[in-house]
Design a protein around this ligand. Structure first.
Ligand code: ADP
Length: 494
């Protein structure tokens, strides 16, 4: 069940959101850092320019370059009689460039402006003039940034002092930062617009690609939701060769196994229904015909009914054994095959009507469930006893060869006809209705299931002189059993 509080985001949206987030982050970092680097470079250049302006002003007034932090001129080296004259000369000769302006302040008021057209008129903002006057009151050169109605200004202010007068003269040079940064800013705006366009394009392409990649998963989900237990034959088409196609193949394999298992269960149910119907019909028929007034009739019918019920009980037991063996509920341990052989021969020897001989004993170990292997081997011995003429010898033994060991039983019975070799290993499959001998037809399927659960199989050699059935399983540590090309092939049991 889906947690109720989580927002229902499709995988496609999540993939797209991640792609867009990463792309946007990358673009922002790239654009932002480029913008900041450019901006810092320009601000550095502006500061250098302003310092150069003050140096030029000093040169105009004194004919000498200024030492760092020094004002434009100090008496008495100056060639000018008054501060005003000196300031006029500076403003006339130090020409402001683009986005630049200058101002001469005398006695705390804007008094002189450059003789050329300038982009910013510093005199138009009295607050800025007052600020500069205040900052230069101590007679130092100051540099600062001011946000004013006429623009964001980076400025330098240097006192001019060529004659001792009461009125203080200050030379101010300023640069309009917005104007200076306009190129970088517009460049960044263009970058942002292009980045936005690219992001939209990435969004469309990402949406389409994610949709295309996820299409098989969508198909997988749709098919899976269509499939029910009654209709397991549908498979999902496998497109391409990638992780998704591998997932599709895995799901298809799983559906195949599921279908096989459901089919097997259904067949077992059908078989059981069919097999139980006969004894039930027999019991019902006899009970209907029973004359309760005749004691002999009652006794005979009673025996017959008990007999049929026993058969049904045996059938149910066999079905349980078969489903257990199919379920592979094995208690695997290391087993000595020689011990197993003597154990099985001792038990088989009590089966009446035959001479029991141990033909050969293999001295190897296997990994297996002792009870289940004994059960399978005894089943083969029981069949040999049932289907071969009374008094004939039955030989059993174990033979190790090529990493496998055979647990075999050989009889002198009628053998298995060619056309019945496969059938007798199917559930309820028998030769000629068991040749008149009672049985469920589940014995050999149980043996085959036990062999398979041990990683092996059953072989059969049969001819007119009898049959040889063998359970073939791997010797411990040998890995898998070499598969015989035709385990149920013809051949002499000898
Ligand atoms: P059941 O013995 O209950 O009929 P099995 O599965 O053990 O069922 O055997 C299936 C059929 O194979 C038997 O009905 C019998 O016809 C045949 N069969 C099995 N073992 C032998 C054997 N040793 N010799 C001849 N026929 C056999």
């Amino acid at each position: 069940m889906r947690p109720p509080l989580l927002p229902r985001w499709s995988v496609r949206s999540r993939i797209l959101a991640s792609i867009l987030a990463v792309t946007a982050l990358g673009m922002t970092v790239a654009g932002g850092s480029a913008y900041l680097i450019q901006r810092e470079r320009i601000l550095g250049e502006v500061d250098e320019l302003l310092v150069a302006r003050v140096e030029a002003a000093r040169f105009v007034v004194t004919g000498e370059a200024a030492a760092e932090g020094e004002g434009v001129a100090t008496a008495p080296e100056a060639a000018f009689a008054t501060d005003r004259e000196a300031l006029e000369a500076v403003l006339a000769r130090v020409i402001p460039g683009r986005n630049e302006s200058a101002l001469g302040i005398i006695g705390g008021a804007a008094a002189l402006i450059p003789g050329v057209d300038v982009d910013v008129n510093l005199a138009a903002d009295p607050a800025f003039v007052a600020r500069v006057v205040e900052e230069t009151a101590a007679g130092e050169v100051v540099m600062g940034t001011a946000v004013t109605p006429i623009g964001v200004l980076r400025y330098i202010a240097a006192p001019v002092d060529v004659a001792p007068t009461a009125e203080r003269a200050v030379y101010v040079a300023a640069v309009d930062l917005e104007g200076e940064l306009a190129d970088v800013t517009s460049g960044f705006v263009i970058f942002a617009l292009v980045a936005l366009g690219a992001l939209v394009a990435v969004g469309f392409v990402g949406w389409a690609v994610a949709g295309r990649l996820l299409r098989p998963i969508r198909r997988l989900r749709q098919t899976a939701s269509r499939i029910t237990v009654t209709d397991l034959h549908e498979r999902i088409p496998v497109v391409g060769r990638d992780d998704v196609s591998e997932l599709t193949e895995t799901v298809n394999d799983m559906l195949g196994r599921l279908e096989a298992s459901v089919t097997a269960q259904r067949r077992l149910l059908d078989d059981v229904r069919h097999e139980l119907r006969t004894p039930l019909t027999i019991v019902r028929g006899h009970l209907e015909l029973l004359d309760p007034g005749r004691p002999a009739d009652v006794a005979a019918t009673r025996d017959l009914v008990i007999d049929e019920l026993d058969r049904m009980a045996g059938l149910v037991d066999d079905i349980e054994l078969l489903t257990d063996a199919d379920r592979s509920t094995m208690a695997m341990t290391s087993l000595d095959v020689a011990d197993l052989t003597s154990g099985v021969s001792a038990r088989a020897a009590v089966l009446p009507g035959h001479e029991w001989i141990v033909g050969e004993t293999a001295h190897v170990t296997v990994r297996g469930d002792a009870d289940r292997l004994t059960q399978a081997w005894l089943q083969l011995a029981d069949n040999a006893a049932k289907y071969s003429p009374e008094g004939t010898p039955v030989v059993l033994g174990s033979t190790a060869a090529g990493g496998a060991v055979e647990l075999w039983v050989r009889d002198r019975g009628p053998g298995i006809p060619d056309d019945a070799r496969e059938r007798i290993f199917e559930r309820f499959g028998r030769v000629d209705a068991g040749r008149g001998i009672r049985g469920s037809g589940l014995g050999l399927p149980i043996v085959a299931a036990i062999a398979a659960a041990h990683g092996g199989y059953v072989t059969l050699q049969s001819g007119s002189t009898g049959s040889r059935f063998a359970v073939v399983i791997p010797v411990e540590g040998a890995g898998a059993v070499p598969v015989e090309s035709d385990p149920l092939g013809e051949g002499s049991p000898e």
